[in-house]
Design a protein around this ligand. Structure first.
Ligand code: PCA
Length: 329
């Protein structure tokens, strides 16, 4: 209820600010690939950002969203934008951890476990991320967190020993490493494909948010969700730098304004969606509970190992992010 009223409010406010789009000889179309389903709040926020830019530039720039990995699959989105095959798009930031460990700053277990702390961590990392992306011909426009990450299984799990040999769906290097350290077998699968992976037994567990479990109706295959609050990873929207440099100052102003609204609106939705989707898992028939103390203690030891490994791999950039984060707390 609460979530849908927020949604309605956002739609109304966007409709109020929209202006009549006139036919424009210089109209440009920007394709915006996104990896997650159209009904996910990241995709909805992206769609409303696209409408905001289209109406705000009076149609000079028309952004067309392509959710669910329909134009480019999640793993291909950044490269497509870098190389100009798409002008703009959205991707999970830690998905780039395989090219540079620094991109995984938001997937370190138990470092930032609340929305407030994860926002501080993101701000601490922002200058570094903007520089790294700039070096790759990309401009970051806005970023929105996922809700806290918990563990999904097909059985009750009270200790790391209970996880041995389980096929585990991973979405970045950190989640694959978590699987290794807990004796599970990682297999990388995009969220758009997990319902099928769980239904066919290709995977039988994952770490993710209540939001993704809800979006993908995982109660059809899985039974338990343990609230672990391990971390809150970010999705971000990037634009090709050459495309960005070709826009006028007025267009940049509209895009930047729409990006700011999207960041606020998306973050607000993430918070609202957390309780809504966890309740949805319960309604779907899943057992939802905090992880037991013994399991949490074991996971914290694994988290400390992953933290040390990340710091080592992320070098001076990683150190600078951690120092800025500590200073902001
Ligand atoms: N959902 C995304 C990333 C983090 C999350 O909560 C996924 O599972 O792919």
């Amino acid at each position: 209820m609460q979530y849908s009223s927020i949604r309605t409010g956002l739609l109304v406010s966007l409709a109020m600010t929209s202006v009549c789009i006139s036919a424009n000889a210089q109209a440009e179309k920007w394709d915006m690939p996104m990896a997650y389903s159209a009904s996910n709040y990241h995709s909805e926020t992206g769609e409303q950002f696209a409408q905001c830019v289209t109406s705000g530039t009076v149609g000079e720039i028309e952004i067309v969203t392509h959710p669910s990995g329909s134009l480019f699959k999640g793993g291909d989105i950044k490269r497509a934008i870098q190389t100009g095959q798409a002008q703009i798009g959205e991707r999970l930031m830690s998905g780039h951890q395989n090219e540079n460990a620094v991109f995984g700053f938001d997937s370190i277990p138990f470092l930032a476990t609340s929305f407030d702390d994860s926002a501080k961590l993101f701000e601490a990392a922002r200058p570094t991320m903007e520089r790294l992306l700039d070096e790759q011909n990309l401009v970051m426009l806005y970023a929105v967190p996922w809700p806290p990450q918990g563990l999904y299984f097909k059985k009750e799990v009270n200790a790391v020993a209970d996880m041995k040999g389980i096929k585990f769906r991973s979405y970045n290097n950190a989640t694959a490493r978590l699987a290794e350290l807990t004796g599970m077998l990682p297999v990388t699968i995009e969220a758009a494909e997990i319902s099928q992976a769980f239904a066919t037994g290709v995977a039988e567990s994952m770490v993710s948010s209540g939001a993704t479990g809800y979006d993908r109706k995982v109660w059809e295959s899985l039974t338990h969700f343990y609230d672990v609050n391990a971390w809150l990873p970010y999705n971000y929207v990037m634009v090709n730098k050459d495309v960005w440099n070709d826009t006028s100052d007025e267009q940049k102003g509209v895009i930047t304004g729409c990006a700011q609204i999207a960041q606020y609106a998306g973050t607000w939705r993430a918070k609202e969606y957390t309780g809504f989707t966890v309740n949805g898992l319960i309604e779907g028939g899943m057992t939802v509970a905090p992880a037991g103390d013994a399991l949490v203690e074991e996971l914290k030891v694994i988290g400390a190992t992953m933290s040390a490994e990340w710091l080592e791999a992320a070098g001076d950039d990683g150190k600078a992010i951690m120092e800025a984060y500590s200073a902001s707390k």
